[in-house]
Design a protein around this ligand. Structure first.
Ligand code: ZN
Length: 69
C-alpha cells in the first residue's frame, strides 16, 4: 500500500501508519507535529490554516489516530 498524500505539505508519507486522518484527509506525522507546536505568529500559520480550512469548514472535527501496522 502506498502512502496517503498529506493535505498540508502535499507529500506522500513513506510511513503510512504514522499520521492522522481527519474527515478522510491525511495529515502526515511531520505536519501533525508541526501543527501542534504551531503558534499564531508563526509564518507557516496562515498557510497551514488555509490548508486545513476545508476540514474545519466540514463541520465537527473528530481527529482519529489510525494505526495501520
Ligand atoms: Zn505533511
Amino acid at each position: 500500500m502506498t502512502g496517503a498524500k498529506c493535505l498540508v505539505c502535499n507529500s506522500t508519507s513513506p510511513d503510512y501508519g504514522a499520521g492522522l486522518f481527519i474527515q478522510g484527509n491525511f495529515l502526515c506525522d511531520c505536519c501533525e507535529e508541526m501543527i501542534i507546536s504551531l503558534k499564531a505568529e508563526d509564518i507557516y500559520y496562515p498557510f497551514v490554516k488555509n490548508s486545513l480550512k476545508k476540514i474545519w469548514q466540514a463541520g465537527s472535527i473528530r481527529p482519529e489516530k489510525r494505526y495501520l501496522s
